[in-house]
Design a protein. Structure first.
Lengths: 521, 306
């Protein structure tokens, strides 16, 4: 008797509760997917492949979150479309002193952070020092290596003195690490500075209304922004890891813009009514970085042979579906002073001849590639391995997960590593990748050419643009001939948008300009 | 019953201790340095060193473990390396979302599985039985990411009926719950059928029928309860498994649950979240099994705990 009523009671309760929950929840059944746009509020639903990490200029290391940083914070200067030129942002003008080391920046007056405190010279000084302070272990610390001192002369004047003449200072200030934070908001977190990202306060066109990692980040228009007010009222930013699911979302109207659209479906997506596809050049260049000190890669003939052995056009056409271009410079696309050189053509016969000449017809090469980090990364690695085998090299190909790969970059037995890089700034790239000063830091290929070293050092302190251009051109040519890498490709950045989205622009460094977007018929 | 419960709950403590030790050690054995991952590719080794020190990673292993236990006992699992939020908050958010999805899935799976199993048992050895069990097998064999993607393509992209991703309202539960529940419903169906077939041939069932009880009453009121014992075992295990966070489904549907949190943490070498996650999953699983055991007592009056 009691067990029957027990069981019945349980069953009835379960059924009753489910019905009640279903009925009560009905009105909130589903967030509006916005198939019709509302004239009242402009809300943009933006979907990326990864979650938003803490929104802090000192600590943001992933590209998608960098876009949010540019929307929430001002810098002294910013990069603008279409060709990455530097333009004033919080600074309206600047003067360089006769010693070529003293920079005086004049700031816009009356700008406030969203917490009401003034965005003045003190805030600029605070922000730069916060990044440069070794105790804070900011990944952008070296951005300001050349800065000897930064001072506020008055509320609207900042003085930066560099150690040597340094024309690339503007490049440094425009990067993510140069974002200006509210000192009032950041000071409470000085003991644990990484936590500032929980309550980010900037002075940019948008402010952070909420940040829930794994769910969504909501940005709303900053009503006190000093510049041109954005048309959007709100941006709902979500991370959805699976590319096919992102594709479904833009097709169904659940997303207005998706980033990293699946490359193999792009051509089909173009034909879907209501959707447009955007493939823009990205600064991201993917190369196989060779260990220039490991035998036989220390012989330039061998390195050139490796370049001749690969059919790069085929890789771009078949693995990247045409969404990219063969790399034709040691510098990334979109960087100032980049010159287009002639890619090494596909010539396996020449490759074999060069290898024979260098006495390296048969050797074993460790080829490493990550998986899932860059577009088609492990597939490209496999293709390269096959091409190299075809000219007689024994290839030991290994695919790595990203976290251990980061440590493998400095492994003593490394020989060839597939890596993608995109650093805005000519001096940064040349120094980081091709200078001996960066050995065992970022120059994992241990490349060193005394001539190139000289050119980099001269160009770094040269203010005259014409002379700089010539120096960098010569440096690029030499690096290209030295073939420290197997130069592969420059990728495209791939977006799919609904027809109702207008004004969407991106930069080669994959920063998305959402402040220019409006939604309409 | 009270003493039994108390004993069972106390037994969780040694389980937790062993779990924490094992997870701590195993996680440290995984190659990859969280400080390096966090610092990014452009950081210098000096900065990575500073970060390692701040994260306490340069202390000897046993010291790190003791610090972890000390804080864990106070409920402080530290902060996520990836998001800087307290691990408590990350796990609570993940667990809450997974709990909701797992519960909906298991309810769906149970309803479907029980019905299918009963249906098959009542028409045992006929073509309907075969078809029903084939359906159950299909449910078990279909890979969940494929099912999930197909559901999204059909119901979100093409028909625009349901959302594709995230926990955005009750309609967003439907597709992931179906994808997740499919597997479990197949298993429950088979177990139910097996249990029912056994029970329906028992003497007391024959007695009930000869008393004039309707077939429906016989099935639901008499036979089902006893047939459900094996099904409850399976249900408990399945629910525990789902609570551990079906990582694949959660990744496909961008569901902010525990499984996806664990996968993301592993990729980032987010040790604090990984360690707390393993503990939470362990406790969850143990509690579910306890519930399952208690469930037997509800269903079968012969079972008494003391």
């Amino acid at each position: 008797m009691s067990s029957r009523s027990n069981f019945d009671a349980v069953l009835k309760t379960v059924v009753a509760v489910s019905l009640v929950v279903a009925v009560l929840g009905f009105p909130g059944a589903w967030v509006q997917t916005g198939t019709a746009f509302s004239a009242q509020r402009q809300v943009l639903r933006y979907v990326e492949g990864t979650d938003v990490t803490p929104i802090d200029p000192a600590y943001c290391v992933d590209t998608p979150t960098s876009s949010i940083i540019h929307l929430v914070y001002d810098n002294l200067v910013m990069f603008r479309a279409p060709d990455m030129q530097v333009v004033p942002d919080l600074a309206t003008s600047w003067k360089i002193g006769a010693d070529r080391k003293t920079w005086t920046f004049t700031l816009r007056s009356g700008v406030r952070f969203t917490d009401g405190t003034p965005a003045n010279a003190d805030a600029v000084v605070y922000s730069i020092e916060r990044v440069a302070n070794p105790k804070n272990a900011s990944p952008y610390r070296t951005l300001f290596d050349e800065v000897a001192s930064v001072k506020s002369l008055n509320d609207t004047t900042v003085q930066i003195i560099t150690k040597d003449p340094y024309p690339s200072l503007l490049d440094a200030l425009g990067q993510v690490g140069g974002g200006i934070v509210s000192p009032t908001a950041a000071k409470p977190y000085e003991a644990d500075p990484r936590r500032f990202g929980e309550h980010p306060v900037g002075s940019g066109p948008f402010e952070v209304r909420s940040w829930v990692p794994g769910q969504q980040t909501v940005l709303v228009r900053n009503p006190d922004y000093w510049g041109k007010p954005p048309a959007l009222d709100e941006i709902d930013w979500r991370g959805v890891p699976d590319a096919s699911v992102r594709e479904a979302m833009v097709k169904s109207g659940e997303a207005d813009i998706i980033a990293k659209a699946p490359i193999q479906d792009l051509n089909a997506l173009r034909k879907v009514p209501g959707i447009k596809v955007l493939a823009e050049s990205s600064m991201y260049m993917v190369n196989i970085e060779l260990n220039n000190q490991a035998k036989p890669l220390d012989d330039v003939r061998v390195r050139r042979a490796l370049n001749y052995a690969i059919n790069k056009e085929a890789i771009v056409k078949d693995l990247l579906f045409g969404y990219g271009r063969v790399n034709d410079s040691p510098l990334p696309f979109g960087v100032q002073f980049r010159v287009a050189l002639t890619p090494y053509p596909y010539d396996p016969a020449k490759a074999k001849a060069l290898l024979a000449e260098a006495g390296a017809s048969k050797f074993t090469l460790n080829l490493w590639a990550p998986h899932g980090r860059y577009m088609q990364d492990s597939q490209i690695g496999e293709a390269v391995a096959n091409y190299l085998q075809a000219v007689g090299i024994t290839v030991k190909y290994r695919v790595w997960e990203w976290a251990p790969y980061m440590q493998a970059l400095n492994a003593p037995d490394r020989m060839a590593l597939l890596l993608g890089r995109a650093t805005p700034g000519t001096d940064f790239t040349m120094t980081r990748q091709y200078s001996k000063t960066a050995w065992n830091l970022y120059n994992i290929g241990l490349f060193y050419d005394p001539q190139v070293e000289k050119l980099i050092a001269e160009a770094r302190i040269e203010f005259d643009e014409g002379t700089r251009a010539k120096l960098y051109a010569e440096a690029q040519r030499r690096v290209w001939e030295d073939a420290p890498y197997i130069f592969l490709d420059n990728q495209d950045q791939l977006y799919a948008l609904r027809d109702t989205v207008h004004g969407f622009q991106t930069l080669p460094d994959e920063f998305v300009y959402l402040e220019g977007v409006h939604i309409g018929q | 019953m009270g003493r039994y419960l108390a004993r069972r709950l106390l037994a969780i403590v040694p389980v937790l201790f062993v779990l924490s030790l094992v997870s701590f050690t195993l996680i440290k054995l995984i190659p990859g340095d969280p400080a390096a991952v966090l610092a990014g590719i452009n950081a210098s080794p000096v900065d990575i060193g500073v970060m390692r020190h701040q994260m306490g990673l340069d202390r000897p292993l046993h010291v790190q473990y003791l610090r972890f236990v000390e804080r864990a006992v106070a409920g402080d699992f530290g902060r996520s390396v990836r998001t800087t939020r307290p691990v408590r908050v990350e796990i609570a958010q993940g667990f809450s979302n997974t709990f909701q999805l797992a519960t909906v899935s298991i309810v769906l799976a149970t309803l479907v599985g029980l019905s299918l199993g009963c249906f098959a048992a009542l028409r045992r050895y006929t073509i309907y039985d075969t078809l029903a069990m084939m359906t159950a097998t299909l449910g078990v064999s279909a890979p969940v990411f494929w099912v999930g993607l197909m559901l999204i393509v059909l119901f979100s992209a093409d028909l625009r009926l349901l959302p594709a991703a995230g926990n955005v309202g009750w309609a967003s539960f439907i597709l992931p719950a179906v994808a997740l529940g499919l597997n479990s419903s197949g298993i429950i169906a088979r177990m139910t059928r097996a249990g029912m077939v056994d029970t329906l041939s028992e003497d007391y069932v024959r007695t009930a029928r000869s008393k004039g009880v309707t077939e429906t009453a016989v099935v639901i009121r008499h036979a089902l309860k006893n047939a459900m014992i094996p099904a409850i075992t399976v249900l408990g295990l399945q629910y525990g498994y789902l609570l551990a966070g079906a990582a694949i489904t959660e990744t496909v549907f961008a569901w902010p649950g525990l499984g996806r949190l664990m996968v993301d943490s592993i990729g980032y070498r987010d040790y604090p979240v990984m360690q707390a996650g393993v503990l939470v999953v362990g406790v969850g699983f143990t509690l579910i099994n306890l519930l399952a055991d208690l469930g037997y007592a509800v269903v079968d009056p012969r079972i008494r705990y003391g």
